[in-house]
Every structure is written in C-alpha cells, then in structure tokens.
Design a protein around this ligand. Structure first.
Ligand code: ZN
Length: 241
C-alpha cells in the first residue's frame, strides 16, 4: 500500500465513525497501519472533521514513533496508545477509538460487554473485556502509552486472543477496536456500541445478565472466522444472522 492510500484509508475511517454516530465533537480517532511499510496514518490532533482532508492524516514510523514527514500536523494525542497496540497485537491493520455512548457507559461501570446474543457473537468471540483501573503513576507519566500497555495486559492476563475479540473498553474511559483493516475496525466499533446498548437494555429486563450458551457463540463466530468458516457469498449456505 502506498502512503497516500494509507492516508485515504485512515481519513475514510475517521469520517465513517462520525457518520455512524460514534463520535461527538472530536472525541474519536482512527488509524491505518501498513505492516510492510512499518508506517501508520492517524488523525491529526484537534482538527474539525468538516475541514479535515486525507493529506492531513499524520504518518508515523511505528517502531520509532516518529512523524515521518516534515511540516506534518501534530498527530492525535492518543497516538502512543495506537502505537502500543500495533507493536503488541499481530495482524492489526487499523484501530478505532471513540467515546460512543453505551460502550463508554460500560467503561464507566467497570463492566465487561457480556456476550449475550448473536449480534455480539458474530464479531466477538466472547465478552469484550474492561481493563483494570490505571494507577497514579501510569496516569501521571506516559498516560497514553500506558493506556495501550494496560489493554495488552488485560488480554494477556485473561488469555484473550485479540484476533478473536477485536475490542476492549478502557475503564472509566471508553472503547478501542481493531481489525485486519481500518474499515473492519470501524465495523467492530459499530458492533461493540450496538452490543453495549443491547446489554444495557437487556439488563433492564433481566439482571443479573446470563451469558449465551457457548455452543451458540461457537456457531456464530466460527462460521465466519474459524478454520471451517462458511458464511458469506462463497458458500453454499446462505443463512443470515
Ligand atoms: Zn478517549
């Protein structure tokens, strides 16, 4: 992928998260990463969506964390979080961060997004975890990089594969999602928000929440993502969600 295409992909994702009503004001950012180039393109800091253009996307070397173009705008303040995730999680080509309402409510309640139905299980193989609270020193210094480290720690501590659960909610903050491409990260952000919304409303009807049966989680996730995946246009089966 050329650098210009990487900027285009990041730009489109930043436009799409607004279109999908996941972002108010400038509370969101998306980045696209090309592993072969070792470069990511991310939204500039504090630029309004109405005037933003693809060439404004800031290009950084993921290994060094340095901006690679002279005269570029300042990258999003969440850039160190994106860098940590690209360095730690394999096969991630795009990351989205928003303060979408219901996923952020779960973050504020320190509550996993529990896998309750097939909407969730089609994209996430189990509960979407909430991180632990960050410590005073993690907040005081290198806060954004430490946010990424706490996310990685959560997946390691709970033995969750970030390829199977492509999202997290940072405690008292909000959701991050990712995927092999930045457009898939956007889709996962949309599904995470909808799943969180459904969880909140399900809890009004019945609490405590009861996770769905593992057989049905397996059926829905693995038919799309596992080795035996069959969902989609190249299949004899045409079942819908
Ligand atoms: Zn944030």
């Amino acid at each position: 992928m050329k650098l210009k295409e990487l900027q285009e992909a990041a730009y489109q994702a930043n436009v799409d998260i607004v279109k999908h009503q996941l972002v108010l004001l400038t509370w969101g950012n998306a980045s696209a990463y090309d592993k072969d180039l070792g470069v990511m393109a991310i939204k500039p800091s504090g630029v309004n969506y109405e005037v933003m253009k693809p060439s404004d996307m800031v290009l950084l070397d993921v290994e060094t964390g340095k901006v690679i173009e002279e005269g570029a705008l300042n990258p999003s303040s969440d850039t160190p979080t994106h860098l940590e995730l690209y360095r730690s999680f394999a096969n991630v080509g795009g990351i989205v961060h928003t303060h979408s309402h219901y996923a952020t409510c779960a973050a504020q309640a320190n509550h996993d997004i529990i896998c309750l139905g097939t909407t969730h299980a089609d994209h996430f193989y189990g509960d979407i975890p909430v991180t632990r609270k960050m410590t005073q020193s993690e907040i005081g210094q290198d806060y954004e990089a430490n946010t990424g480290k706490v996310i990685v720690e959560t997946f390691n501590a709970r033995s969750i594969d970030p390829g199977y659960v492509p999202g997290v909610i940072v405690c008292s903050h909000g959701p991050f999602s990712w995927g092999p491409t930045v457009s898939s990260a956007v889709e996962n952000a949309v599904v995470m928000e909808e799943s969180a919304k459904m969880m909140v409303h399900t809890a009004l009807l019945s609490y405590p929440l009861v996770p769905m049966q593992q057989d049905l989680v397996d059926k829905h996730f693995l038919r799309k993502h596992g080795a035996g995946a069959y969902y989609g246009q190249n299949s004899d089966s045409s079942s819908d969600r």
